[in-house]
Design a protein. Structure first.
Length: 119
């Protein structure tokens, strides 16, 4: 059974940082691209970042480049998303995903973790 469990969300002030983690079980990071998506209130879900089967194969949404960094630990089967310079516009529920063929049409989803950026 495939499970993706996110953690690390919470309330942070503008300009602050958070590190999200996704614990993956039931599939191997050697064969799946793991992604982070987010859905803000009243908006569609959008891709944030993905990391492929190799650490150097990463994707970031243009608006987030330079602030967010995705990484993975194959031994622990975890993927992390380091988020810096957070703004209220980053407020959303963040979802971890797993995609066998790419980044944008995941086969599996986590339950999400809420990030709120507010003073």
């Amino acid at each position: 059974q495939v499970q993706l469990v996110e953690s690390g969300g919470g309330l942070v002030q503008p300009g602050g940082s958070l590190r999200l983690s996704c614990a993956v079980s039931g599939l191997s990071l050697n064969y799946y691209t793991i992604g982070w998506f987010r859905q803000a209130p009243g908006k569609e879900r959008e891709v944030v970042s993905c990391i492929g089967t190799t650490d150097t194969n990463t994707y970031y949404a243009d608006s987030l480049k330079g602030r967010f960094t995705i990484s993975k630990d194959n031994a622990k089967n975890t993927v992390s998303l380091q988020m810096n310079g957070l703004t209220p516009e980053d407020t959303a529920v963040y979802y971890c995903s797993a995609d066998r063929l790419g980044c944008f049409e995941p086969d599996y989803w986590g339950q999400g973790t809420r990030v709120t950026v507010s003073s």
